[in-house]
Design a protein around this ligand. Structure first.
Ligand code: G3P
Length: 478
């Protein structure tokens, strides 16, 4: 079938021997838009073998040369922002402007990673033995960072390009090979992105992109003995992967229920603007989206009014027209969101707007007076619906935030920096933003989740370090 996008292995574009394909449904039209190869386990084995082989040579390639290739890939990626963003619009209904920003941000991320890599990987450690009791100065230890081997990268649908390169670039600069399993929605954008790396001229086999059904190759990939590190971003699947994976370093970024705590002295216009940006950009389909607002009762009416005025201005419609709110990624996702909304309605939440849905398109909705017995107080909708819980003390807000299984980010709005710091210290999340909505970027900042939100820390510098191990050579003097 000529319409099926080929997968990438051993430096070539290939058709799977399975003869099967996976359809990608356009969330807006709800009709098949693209098809990708359904790769077999045998094809995974081959990609792993060539990755292993290519990695040996790559680890010996001078660091500056590795950086040079990454810079080249970054430039090609940016040149191709139009076709790649078009795929993002069709595959994941990302508004056109955001789709272009995702590609440009990805190019910047790759270049920054190359720069950061040449700096931090140049540094090692030199230690002498006589600081530890009982030792003379007879041992010199030279420690440096060496690659892990083959890194398996599994990004999610919401940033199929950016969250792929945030794993690919650090893996490559550190001297690893990379096997990418893109999400089904977003696979074609990812294949185009991989083509940019292909054009940059990386050694064959070093990068591969295996498409297919999670049910057939998911566990096979994550449990493959050839994998030396897994970097995963996504949902609950990550918990299952971490239980099944072997004794290898894991980098996991899973869901979040990012809380926004609003104090009485907060600048409510600033809060409202951040709730809109944080809660509704890409229709709430971000791990770092604001997923629950906890506002002090005394300012709750004023805040809800301000947010509602802004919700009324959000445009709703197709991603091609750059609407603020676009269809969510799949019908099952829309059904799940609707389930949370209906549960809240039945339990007495106040709907600030009328609930409206057409196909996968859900109109933005603020739910006021949400209480802890409602599912939406705890679960992440990954959609444009946002609960507001009114609180009578800051402690109540912190308590709700910390009672969550998640611990990705949180934010606090107040003009009192001392209070903000104390609240930040008390919130059990990987990051707390003071006076701004949660966000992963800028991409060199550390990015991590506690509890069910993840393992390890990302961000460019942390990812490079995580994808290396320390190797020591000890010189023993007579
Ligand atoms: O949802 C994934 C997470 O990495 C979000 O990134 O840039 O939207 O904060 P960002």
């Amino acid at each position: 079938d000529r319409d099926v996008y080929k997968y990438y292995a051993d430096g070539e574009w290939r058709t799977s021997s399975s003869g099967k394909s996976v359809s990608i449904i356009n969330p807006t039209t709800r009709k098949p838009e693209y098809k990708v190869q359904a790769c077999t386990q045998e094809e995974v084995n081959k990609a792993m073998a060539s990755a292993k082989e290519a990695q040996k040579g790559w680890a010996k390639t001078p660091l500056w040369k590795r950086a040079e290739l990454l810079h080249k890939a970054a430039a090609i990626l940016k040149e191709n922002k139009a076709p790649i963003s078009e795929c993002l619009v069709k595959e994941i209904a990302k508004p056109k402007k955001d789709a272009v920003s995702e590609v440009v941000r990805s190019g910047d991320l790759v270049s920054y990673t190359a720069e950061e890599g040449v700096r931090i990987l140049a540094e090692g450690k030199f230690l002498v033995s006589d600081s530890f009791p009982g030792n003379e100065r007879t041992k010199y230890c030279l420690a440096s960072k060496v690659p892990l081997g083959v890194v398996l990268a599994i990004p999610p649908f919401n940033y199929p390009v950016n969250l792929a390169v945030s794993k690919i670039a650090p893996a490559l600069i550190a001297g690893n090979a990379l096997v990418l399993k893109p999400p089904t929605q977003g696979a074609v954008a990812a294949l185009h992105m991989v083509h940019c790396f292909h054009l940059a001229g990386f050694p064959k086999g070093l990068i591969s992109c295996i498409t297919g059904k999670g049910s057939e190759i998911g566990d096979f990939l994550t449990m493959h003995p050839g994998v030396n590190c897994i970097s995963f971003t996504g949902g609950d699947t990550g918990i299952a992967i971490s239980k099944k994976a072997g004794m290898i370093p894991l980098q996991m970024e899973l869901g979040g229920k990012d809380a926004c705590i609003v104090l009485e002295d907060a600048d409510l216009d600033l809060v409202a603007a951040n709730i809109i940006k944080g809660g509704f950009s890409y229709s709430g389909q971000r791990c770092t989206a604001v997923k629950v607002v906890m506002v002090m009762e005394s300012v709750a009416n004023a805040l809800v009014d301000k947010v509602n005025a802004k919700v009324a201005k959000l445009t709703v419609g197709p991603p091609e027209e750059d609407c603020d709110i676009t269809p969510v990624v799949s019908e099952s996702s829309a059904n799940f969101i609707e389930g949370l909304v209906m549960d809240a309605k039945q339990k007495g939440a106040t709907f600030c707007q009328e609930y409206k849905r057409e196909g996968n398109l859900i109109w933005p909705l603020l739910l006021d007076h949400v209480r802890p017995d409602m599912r939406i107080a705890w679960e992440e909708p990954f959609g444009p619906v946002l609960p507001v819980i009114r609180i009578n003390s800051v402690e109540e807000g912190i308590h709700h935030c910390n009672a969550s299984n998640f611990g990705l980010q949180g934010c606090v709005f107040t003009r009192d920096i001392n209070k903000a710091i104390l609240i930040s210290d008390a919130m059990e999340t990987g990051t707390v933003q003071i006076n701004s909505a949660p966000a992963r970027g800028p991409d060199h900042f550390p990015f991590q989740g506690l509890k069910d939100s993840g393992i390890g820390s990302q961000g460019i510098t942390n990812s490079i370090n995580m994808m290396t191990k320390t190797k020591s050579t000890v010189i023993n003097l007579p």
